[in-house]
Design a protein around this ligand. Sequence first.
Ligand SMILES: [Fe+2]
Length: 585
Amino acid sequence: MIILGLNAYHGDSAACLVIDGIVVNAIEEERINRIKHWAGLPIESIKWCLSDAKINISDIDYIAVSRNPSAHLHKKILRALTKTPSLSFLKNRLSNVAKVSEIKSQIAESLNTDVSAIKAEVENVEHHLAHTGSSFLVSPYSEAACVTVDGFGDFVSVMRGIGKDNKIKILDWIEFPHSLGIFYTALTQYLGFWNYGDEYKVMGLSAYGRPVYLNEMKEIVKPKDNGLFELDTSFFLHDKEGVEMVWENGQPVIDKLFSDKLIEKFGKLRDKNEEITEHHQNIASSVQTVYEEIFFHILNDTYKKTKLENLTLAGGCIQNSLANGKITEKTLFKNIYIPPASYDAGTAIGAAMVVWNTKCHKPRRFVMEHSYLGPAFSKDEIENQISKHALEGKGHLTELIKDETILCQKAAKYIEEGKIIGWFQSRTEFGPRALGNRSILVDPRHKEMKDILNERIKRREWFRPFAPSILEEKVSEWFEQDSSVPFMEKVYKIKNEKQNLIPAVCHVDGTGRLHTVSYKSNQKFYNLINEFYKLTSIPMLLNTSFNDNEPIVNSPKDALGCFLSTKMDVLILGNFVIARDKKNV
Ligand SMILES: [Fe+2]
């Protein structure tokens, strides 16, 4: 059975293929069309998934879409009857719903084929069920409590259930207008960060402040006795006239979510170019603290009701790695699985897995242990791109090192000398994190590496931390934890005595968003870190995504473009080592 999974007409559009219950590939549209968080029909991703698996659209049995226009219909109708949304809001919603319903003909049109050639049935999977599927159905657990938390999807923002073998039993959910994601996004906007997906900036900033506005925040979002929560909607606009959201053929745009009451409470909102003050830091800290309180309130109640020690999580809010890192400390859950793409891109995989497990009645046979599901490029393709860029003419030196050990030794030496390395290997990661195949790597021992990276390549805000990738067996020596974090999805405290040894990856609160690297998950990256360890006794590298404010690079062409437009010292493309001409650094 071949299933094409899609997250379409929504932010972070993506496609994947599930063949006989196994996720064989997956990619986000932004990686191909180079527009961050792109929303629309992910047609380039569909084309790539089909060509990668060497199949045609006519071979597909089901198209699984992670939205269901008829889900929670009663609530949608009730809202239409009782509220008076703006005309443009309604027009936007209706056109979006129409597109989801006509997806088969849209795919046929984009592929320049007749719709009758697509024999696949379209299966609409409710958004939060797709989130749950993206986690539980690819987790190592046969039974687990399942929780999803996001902004909204199909009118729901939280869903809780129990996963057992192939089945997911839904326990309860929270409907519009109450949403922890909307709360966090509204306060993110208030703090001057208006781009889709900017919430992680507030998370990074929160470490600099104190939660002095906790009581005020608790007036906005309140826990309920049933283990869930509610918003005081007078602080928001989404429940009144509807907030303009654009989900078509470009970067998603979400208009202002908060009402003037929020400004009355916390003062003038921050302009995006305004300096960040202690007041802003304290608001960020208070937002993060109340988010965590509500999140653990939901999880503790879930444990009470399920008595299960395994927990699977998904949804946009589960990108909050700071809260994720505290789950075992704040709840009784012992084992936690979070997939590499817990946000909406991952629902492409979730929808496909829900359909396979519903239709097939066979035991689950896939655990997502790594995220390397995207395109890889051959030596010839890389060589071809290198020659197209005429690097020799620009004075850069290119060398092919076939022996992997020598390649890793050479790369480790460059890093130890303080150079910035672009590291491009094998298949692209699915999800927001570079996990050693599309990474920029530097020495974590020098505090100034953060500033050098920002000045020469990343241009990120000063308050955002950089993350370490560490050999898995060394975690307990460096962090106050001893668990594997394969997808950089949790923040942990770095041991006090080690913090000054790795200042470039130690955040102001002494934490790091770590990525544990095992030999099994990524042999070449493991070997590189190990070579650096032999040179320095430090078993980790600073690992940041290979991009400069664009989507993470996908192809050798993207990587060469980033190398040439920034001040990266060395680019390692497969086994080719390209060293920048010293005059150009
Ligand atoms: Fe979602």
